[in-house]
Structures are given as structure tokens and as C-alpha cells.
Design a protein around this ligand. Structure first.
Ligand code: HEC
Ligand code: HEC
Length: 189
């Protein structure tokens, strides 16, 4: 798994120089080096981005570019891209189908998570398939990634920008967040 990320990083550096003139499909090949073919990830620590809401994709990438959200991997990389390219990338991925990934989850955790996720359903939807265009889809997203990201909002040790999310997640225990991640991971379209 780690090698994939390393490979992507090398690829990202390699293609960086030619960025400005590249077509969006070519730029996206760099992204797919980590995010998987067509943006459907095969790596539990890297989120699928294909079919995610355009608003959320764009906001997240801009948050990193402006340094108001933290990611070891994405933050420095996205600085090489212009705001226009970021908008184009968000639109490019958003029109693709959202593809929940099949993954192993513990049925007991899933049952716990289903209960606990009631606190999240108002925004993320009952199965995580949010339809408001703003809240990220979580159904069939990698459990490992969702848990890790939810903890970032809960612990507040790195910059995150959404105050409502911080409030919602702070009410939950670490165990509940792990269970919710497993529940969403088990959900299809
Ligand atoms: C070197 C590997 C790598 C490359 C290349 C890469 N990403 Fe990422 N990306 C990641 C990882 C790892 C995460 C999770 C990081 C985190 O949240 O800290 C991530 C997260 C994201 C997210 C957040 C998704 C969500 O659900 O919150 C978006 C959007 C994204 N990347 C888009 C892109 C785009 C567009 C490109 C190409 C310009 C790209 N990435 C290139 C590794 C990569
Ligand atoms: C008031 C609406 C709201 C509630 C309630 C809410 N969320 Fe969120 N959530 C959001 C928004 C909006 C974002 C995007 C935040 C951003 O742009 O930084 C988000 C982002 C996330 C992310 C990051 C997704 C990704 O792809 O990186 C996770 C994980 C998450 N929420 C989990 C939860 C969990 C678990 C709960 C319940 C305990 C919850 N949320 C409750 C609105 C909400």
C-alpha cells in the first residue's frame, strides 16, 4: 500500500513541470496514481474521489491550497495547481459514477455504527449517500480513511474548516466513530 503512495508521489513530481499546459485527463492520471483508476481507490488509506460532490471536491482542494485544512500528502502537492485547474479537476471527477468499494467489515461494528450514525444522518444521509451536494458521500468509502478523517475533526490537532462537523463529531467516542466508519463502508449505492 505504502509503495502506491510513494509511486504516486514520484509521478506527481515528474508530471508537475508539464502541468500548466496539460489537458485535465492527463493531470488526472497523476491523481489516479494514488486515488486508483478513474478515482476509485484500491487503497484503504486513500479516499475514492470519483462521483464525490463537485462542491466538496473543490472546497477541499482549495482548503488545502490555502492551508486551512491539513494533509501530509495533499497539502503540498495541490499548491502546484491553479484554482482554475482545481475547479476543472473537481468537475472532472464529480460527473463520474460514485462507486462504493467492497471491503471486509466486522458485522458487530456495523450494527453499532448504524445506531450511532443517527447523529450524522441529518447531513450525511441514513446510509452516508448524502444528496445535499455539499456534505461528502461516505457510503462505500474506505472505513480506514473515514475513521482517520473523522478523528481529525474530533481531536482538532490539525486545521479543519467545518465547525458543524467538529461539533457533531466531538459528541462521539473514538469507538463510536470507528463503528460509524464500518457502517458507512458496508453501504452500497
Ligand atoms: C501521492 C498520492 C496522492 C496523489 C498523487 C493525489 N492524492 Fe489526493 N489524497 C491522497 C491521500 C493519502 C488522501 C487522504 C489525505 C488526508 O485526508 O490526509 C487524499 C485525499 C484527497 C481528497 C479528499 C477526499 C475526501 O473525501 O475528503 C481529494 C478531493 C483529493 N485527494 C484529490 C486529489 C486530486 C484531484 C489529485 C491530483 C491533482 C490528487 N488527489 C493526487 C493521496 C494522493
Ligand atoms: C451539520 C452537518 C453535519 C453533521 C451532523 C455531520 N457532518 Fe460530517 N461533514 C459535514 C460537512 C459539511 C463535511 C465537509 C467538511 C469540510 O468541508 O471540511 C463533513 C465531512 C465529514 C467527513 C470527512 C469526509 C471525507 O471524505 O473526508 C467525515 C469522515 C464525516 N463528516 C463524518 C461524520 C460523522 C461520523 C458524523 C456523525 C457523528 C458527522 N460527520 C456529522 C457535515 C456534517
Amino acid at each position: 500500500m505504502r509503495y502506491r503512495i510513494l509511486f504516486g508521489m514520484i509521478l506527481a513530481g515528474f508530471l508537475g513541470a508539464a502541468l500548466a499546459a496539460d489537458k485535465i485527463e492527463t493531470v488526472a492520471e497523476t491523481c489516479n496514481g494514488c486515488h486508483g483508476a478513474n478515482g476509485v481507490s484500491e487503497n484503504p488509506s486513500v479516499p475514492s474521489i470519483s462521483g464525490q460532490h463537485e462542491f466538496y471536491l473543490k472546497k477541499t482542494l482549495l482548503d488545502w491550497k490555502r492551508g486551512v485544512r491539513h494533509s501530509d500528502t495533499m497539502e503540498s502537492m495541490i499548491k502546484d495547481y491553479s484554482e482554475a485547474q482545481i475547479a476543472e479537476l473537481a468537475a472532472f471527477y464529480a460527473i463520474k459514477p460514485w462507486t462504493p468499494v467492497a471491503q471486509k467489515v466486522d458485522p458487530k461494528l456495523v450494527a453499532l455504527g448504524r445506531e450511532a450514525s443517527r447523529r450524522c444522518a441529518g447531513c450525511h444521509g441514513v446510509t452516508g449517500a448524502s444528496h445535499d451536494g455539499e456534505t461528502p458521500k461516505l457510503n462505500g468509502q474506505w472505513a480506514e480513511y473515514v475513521e482517520m478523517d473523522a478523528l481529525k475533526f474530533r481531536e482538532g490537532n490539525v486545521p479543519v474548516s467545518d465547525q458543524r462537523m467538529i461539533k457533531a463529531v466531538k459528541k462521539m467516542s473514538v469507538e463510536e466513530l470507528k463503528a460509524i466508519a464500518a457502517y458507512y463502508a458496508s453501504q452500497g449505492n
